[in-house]
Design a protein around this ligand. Structure first.
Ligand code: AR6
Length: 170
């Protein structure tokens, strides 16, 4: 089996025609702001109902719903940690959010998945540190679990693009 391709895409994740986009959700799975708000606006009101049907999601875990009006077939909702200074298990919880999302994609036989920079907006995780964890976690997990063809890191804004470009080229 060929290795999973890691790609960088700059722009709005709601436009990506991949099998699943990942949502940086909150633990209640009630639509919020940021990428969660954008995904809910683009998917339509059915998405909020499908999210609510899961009855919440613990930090570091993930849940799947259809994509409704999105070009993506599915949305994988994961809950990243709120940054409290780094001493409250934030790194491990962020890595777990990525791994849980990848595992759900593989369980559903999906070939492509796109991630936003989980926890780096409202939740305040330092973006360079989050990118290191995101890339290392995806590299390690996909090497150990073959099956996904493509993982896209979807960055929003020039700072995030620079952070990911530097790390993905090294
Ligand atoms: N496409 C791709 N990335 C985006 C988009 C978009 N359309 N919009 C924002 N981003 P955030 P969090 C980036 O705050 O920190 C919500 O209210 C953004 O620039 O969306 O995990 C939830 O309900 C940033 O880099 O998620 C939770 O309550 C990244 O997405 C809470 O926010 C994540 O920022 C979760 O906070």
């Amino acid at each position: 089996m060929t290795a999973t391709r890691l790609e960088l895409h700059a722009g709005d994740i709601t436009r990506l025609a991949v099998d699943a986009i990942v949502n940086a959700a909150n633990g209640r799975l009630i639509p919020g702001g940021g990428v969660d708000g954008a995904i809910n606006r683009a998917a339509g009101p059915e998405l909020a109902r499908a999210m609510a049907a899961h009855g919440g999601c613990p930090t570091g875990e993930a849940r799947i719903t259809p994509g409704f009006r999105l070009p993506a077939r599915y949305v994988i909702h994961t809950v990243g940690p709120v940054w409290h200074g780094g001493g409250s298990g934030e790194d491990a919880l962020l890595a777990s959010a990525y791994r849980s999302s990848l595992a759900l994609a593989l369980q559903h036989g999906l070939a492509s998945i796109a991630f936003p920079a989980i926890s780096t907006g409202v939740y305040g995780f330092p973006p360079e540190r989050a990118a290191d964890i995101a890339i290392a976690t995806v590299r390690d997990w996909t090497a150990a679990h073959p099956g996904l063809e493509r993982v896209v890191f979807c960055v929003f804004g020039p700072e995030a693009e620079t952070i990911y470009r530097d790390r993905l080229s090294s």
